[in-house]
Design a protein around this ligand. Sequence first.
Ligand code: NDP
Ligand code: GDR
Length: 378
Amino acid sequence: MKVALITGITGQDGAYLAEFLLNKGYFVHGIKRRSSLFNTDRIDHLYKDQHERDVRFKLHYGDLTDSTNLIRIIQETQPDEIYNLAAMSHVQVSFEMPEYTANADGVGTLRLLEAIRILGLNNKTKIYQASTSELYGLVQAVPQSETTPFYPRSPYAVAKMYAYWITVNYREAYGMYACNGILFNHESPLRGETFVTRKITRAAAKIALGLQKCLYLGNLSAQRDWGHAKDYVEAMWLILQQEKPEDFVISTGITTPVREFVKMSFEELGITVEFSGKDINEKGVIIDINRDKAAELNLNLDALKLGETIVKVDPKYFRPTEVDLLLGDSTKARQKLGWKPKYDLDALVNDMVMSDLNLMKKDEYLKQGGFNTLNYFE
Ligand code: NDP
Ligand code: GDR
């Protein structure tokens, strides 16, 4: 049985990848951080009582900032494949926590590579590094491929640049099977609530249910190449199944402005939004309500009015340095890995909005019952 170790298993990608590898027959070990509250929501459905037979899923306490802990876990688990997905992954937060981000996202990768080397596992353990399209940063060329120069624009991207090159270096210096997947943005119903897509789909559902009045966003003109996380974890696995280790760009090849993602999300709920105004005065206004669609979804949109503003810009979400445009060229992955995405943007938006509508309906019941619900998302 193949053994995988996933860092960042409690995150969006970790959860999908764990499920994917379990379905492939792997024994999956994951590293989770100790926290004062349970932080395993995304993987609880995979967990089995460790006393049962045939358990193939085990969690270990650990942290990418703790070398000795990583060495011990790798020694104990003797993985065939390590997927390094752990990171402080929020670009805006990295401007507030640059040193920690460098430590976890940059040096954390070095710690894992060193652990493999110290334990003499160079010829056994393959390692996947979660690299990112944020490396391209300030646009040098589009579409962006494996040969496009990097120009990182945040402490997060700079830390990930170190991780990218140290992975290449350990491959070249020690013959390790170490690869970078340069993944463009990928989203899902499991996406963290403060990334822009999930913030939008949650707010759209809440506004449709009368639980929120207005959605405040930052740069509406930023363009992203958005795919579905389910498709992207398959690419991670494929990258480690090749004869020789290489780096791959994974993307859909279509880019879309944040503003358009907002319109698509509300449209799923029967609400047509039009944008007007410029910069911080730009706003999204309801110009049509599709009552038939609302009825199909059991939604009562009577409280919403034509002409009502439901999206505004708040400059606090602007970043000190922004990445304006990401558009990936994944020709190499399509040719060598035989990978291509199954979800397009419409299917992604539909999946996220419908999932959040269900979640928010639960919130609605809780509120009606006098219980508190989580409201604060930045
Ligand atoms: P998430 O933010 O959803 O998950 C990050 C995971 O890393 C969580 O499990 C988190 O634990 C864990 N983590 C954070 N810091 C540490 C630490 N110091 N030690 C151990 N674990 C830690 O990210 P995604 O799933 O979206 O992304 C996975 C990886 O891919 C990340 O490295 C990200 O930077 C990268 N990436 C993501 C892309 C995307 O569009 N999603 C695109 C390209 C790259 P906890 O749950 O306790 O917070
Ligand atoms: P990104 O994702 O920075 O691309 O990093 P995010 O969803 O945070 O931002 C995408 C774009 O939307 C703009 N934006 C806003 N962003 C957030 N979070 N909140 C807002 O209110 C808002 N308004 C506008 C941003 O300015 C940006 O241009 C993600 C992460 O998953 C990284 O870990 C990963 O490496 C990259 O994708 C690829």
